[in-house]
Write a protein that binds this ligand. Structure first.
Ligand code: APR
Length: 342
């Protein structure tokens, strides 16, 4: 199952378990700990007092009382001391042990705050990276829906350099709706020309066209004949690409951050119409080039546009050959854009 970054108050999350960024004594505190105890009511503190504390990097589970979830998993993140005292390993352990406790209680969904990134001073960009990497690694082997909950804008940061690079990339390419820039105009002409030359499902992309390439439209005499010669649709194309990649279906949909159920729908329905973020998630998982990505998008009736920040950001990562959906999603989230997969 996928991991999603959401902007919310964790005490409002309707999931099976929420995670608390607690202290060793488990006696409540400020930040997210205070918010969770306030929302759950005094019974939560009473149960916590019976647990005998919790070691840094470990986790303990309690009931959730007045919260809308079933369990609270209390974990104790490391205090940041420059990164020289095993902080990263301890933080990874917080995520892992919390996930294990959730699975043990048969939870199907769990929400984490950015542990250690407040009072405990873990640099936020790094805290987010540890969260995303540890969770996505865990999800390769296990099935649980994970939410990383970001409370406020200041608690969320990708690295300054990445943010600046993407901003510059967007600035160079973004065409707002009032500006008909010459680059965009040329690009649209190119797309229009291509679709006139090769029909809606271009055969220019070699792997896609490898199965019987359709004859030029001029030789198709009837509509029926034309339809018969259309290339494979998105679903069939995707399955063929997965086979060619050497990945298993599960490896591919997990890398794409796509839910297993959604993948089953795509697989069983040759006419499935995916959303654009779904197509792009698969393009990234399959490590397609930009040209190949555009070809796959066309199979689903989409195109990349420089009038969309979402498209430009995804394009940025593909151009850098960065095919990590989770890193791309961190950046999309930072720019308030929809996320890939899900
Ligand atoms: N929902 C989601 N996230 C929240 C919420 C909320 N309601 N409130 C705060 N946060 C975010 C903060 O913005 C921060 O990014 O949780 C993250 C973790 O911050 P802290 O709560 O300060 O946790 P941490 O850095 O792990 O420090 C733990 O703080 O309150 C004490 O008892 C706690 O001593 C422990 C220490």
């Amino acid at each position: 199952m996928p991991v999603k970054i959401v902007r919310d108050d964790i005490t409002k999350m309707e999931v099976d378990a929420i995670v608390n960024a607690a202290n060793n004594a488990l006696t409540g505190g400020g930040g997210v700990d205070g918010a969770i105890h306030r929302a759950a009511g005094p019974e939560l503190l009473a149960e916590c007092r019976t647990l005998g504390g919790c070691e840094t990097g470990s986790a303990k589970r309690t009931g959730a009382y007045r919260l809308p979830c079933k369990y609270v998993i209390h974990t104790v993140g490391p205090v940041w001391r420059g990164g020289y005292y095993g902080e990263r390993e301890l933080l990874e352990s917080c995520y892992r042990t919390s996930l294990e406790l959730a699975l043990e209680a048969e939870c199907e969904s769990i929400a984490f705050p950015l542990i250690s990134s407040g009072v405990y001073g873990y640099p936020k960009a790094q805290a987010l990276q540890v969260a995303m990497e540890t969770v996505s690694r865990f999800l390769l082997e296990h099935d649980i829906m994970v939410y990383i909950v970001i409370f406020d804008r200041s608690s969320y940061q990708i690295s300054e350099k990445l943010f600046a690079d993407i901003t510059a990339y967007i600035d160079q390419r973004y065409v707002d709706e009032h500006t008909d820039g010459s680059v965009e105009q040329a690009r649209r002409h190119r797309i229009a020309r291509e679709s006139m030359e090769s029909g809606p499902l271009s055969a220019e992309y070699v792997p896609f066209a490898a199965a019987a390439a359709p004859p030029p439209l001029s030789v198709a005499h009837t509509l029926e004949e034309t339809l018969r010669h259309l290339d494979a649709g998105f679903s069939q194309t995707l399955l063929r690409l997965i086979d060619q990649s050497g990945m298993s279906d599960a490896q591919c949909y997990k890398k794409a951050n796509i839910d297993r159920k959604l993948f089953s729908k795509i697989r069983s329905n040759p006419n499935y119409r995916p959303s654009k973020p779904t197509v792009l998630a698969f393009a990234v998982a399959l490590e397609l080039s930009l040209e190949e990505t555009e070809a796959l998008l066309r199979r689903a009736g989409f195109a990349l546009s420089h009038a969309s920040k979402f498209d430009i950001i995804v394009e940025y990562f593909i151009m850098q050959s960065c095919y990590d959906v989770f890193t791309i999603n961190e950046a999309l989230f930072a720019f308030d854009q929809p996320l890939l997969g899900g």
